[in-house]
Write a protein that binds this ligand. Sequence first.
Ligand code: SF4
Ligand code: SF4
Length: 175
Amino acid sequence: MIDYFKTIFSATSATCQGLWITLKYMFKPSITVQYPTEKLVPYEKFRGALLFDAETCISCNLCVKACPSVCIALENATVPDPKNPALKKKVAKVDWYSIDFGKCNFCRLCEESCPTKPKSVWHSLDYELVFFNRDEMVRCWKAGFSFIGKYWDRKTKEFKAPAGQISIHEVAPRR
Ligand code: SF4
Ligand code: SF4
């Protein structure tokens, strides 16, 4: 008989403890985020999607040499040589610049090696990188392209804006 009441007492006590914990958390602010309508913004050193600025890049090739994954390629811009217009002279600008996100390991070595101020290639805080096909993995930049860049669609033979990247900066920060 005593054991019977002991069991009832311990079960009731355990239930009350559980309810008490539930009650305490009911009145605390929620820590979950309702993704994707609400998004967390990473801290400053976060290595998100790489961005590039064709205006500030001096085409020095240092990021290409620093990249351990061999995923950066670029082509120097050229102008006609004033002494011999038949020849082309390289200038400190890029004609095009590309990063293969399929190979990139987000190590930041390209950004660290870049000598320009501000950096011409840098990690953003964007973590929403989605690729719908292999073409989208190779991001290209040319003069006039936005920092996010475009990709070359081999089927339609044209540059297209990447659909799988949403700028995290457009969302109100929440830390
Ligand atoms: S983050 Fe690293 S792997 Fe990616 S492009 Fe830069 S240097 Fe290469
Ligand atoms: S992004 Fe920076 S390191 Fe790379 S070529 Fe341009 S200036 Fe040089």
